[in-house]
Design a binder for this molecule. Structure first.
Ligand code: ATP
Ligand code: MG
Length: 163
């Protein structure tokens, strides 16, 4: 189906505890993506839940914009961050970083494995960027096909952007 990422993000924010106060910036007129809305909603909700849980008391930002033939959704927190060697491991099922404080919740370590599974099932990619001590950004990239809402010339694609 053709899915509005804005709508999916807003539903995910609504259903995630503590996400109501997040700073949300979604570009207008984002092209639709061809995806399973329920899977994307679950993926975003898991990322929002982590940001609320591990982001400390700092504000969390949610951003979505179209860049060339991709949609980029970023969830940015200012929590303790994730060490470089763990950036990929956190997506493994059952993996939890050592010394996670979070809110004391004992998670199963499955949330991010589900995120990656669902994002990739919809043709996208997801990764984490972090400077320990300064926070973590999770980036979800979804491909834009010839979405019905896409109009005009696509934006210039920056070179060297990637993981
Ligand atoms: P579950 O989501 O299954 O309840 P969980 O949150 O521990 O449990 P994941 O969501 O898969 O599992 O996250 C795996 C690990 O990645 C977390 O335990 C934590 O160590 C780390 N992590 C995830 N998100 C963040 C974040 N925003 N900041 C810092 N660490 C994070
Ligand atoms: Mg989690």
């Amino acid at each position: 189906d053709w899915v509005s990422v804005e709508e999916v993000l807003r539903v995910a924010i609504d259903e995630t505890p503590h996400a109501a106060g997040f700073n949300v910036g979604i570009d207008r007129d984002l092209p639709l993506v061809r995806a399973d809305a329920a899977q994307l909603e679950r993926a975003f909700a898991n990322l929002l839940e982590n940001a609320a849980r591990y982001g400390g008391d700092h504000p969390v930002a949610v951003r979505a914009r179209a860049v060339g033939h991709r949609l980029l959704i970023r969830i940015v927190d200012r929590g303790p961050g994730i060490h470089g060697r763990e950036l990929e491991r956190v997506f493994e099922p059952f993996y939890r970083a050592p010394d996670v404080r979070g809110d004391g919740h004992v998670g199963s370590g499955l949330g991010l494995a589900v995120v990656r599974g669902f994002v990739e099932a919809n043709g996208g990619r997801v990764w984490a960027e972090s400077l320990p001590g300064q926070g973590t950004t999770f980036v979800v990239e979804l491909p834009l096909g010839d979405a019905p809402a896409e109009r005009g010339a696509p934006a210039l694609e920056p070179t060297g952007a990637g993981r």
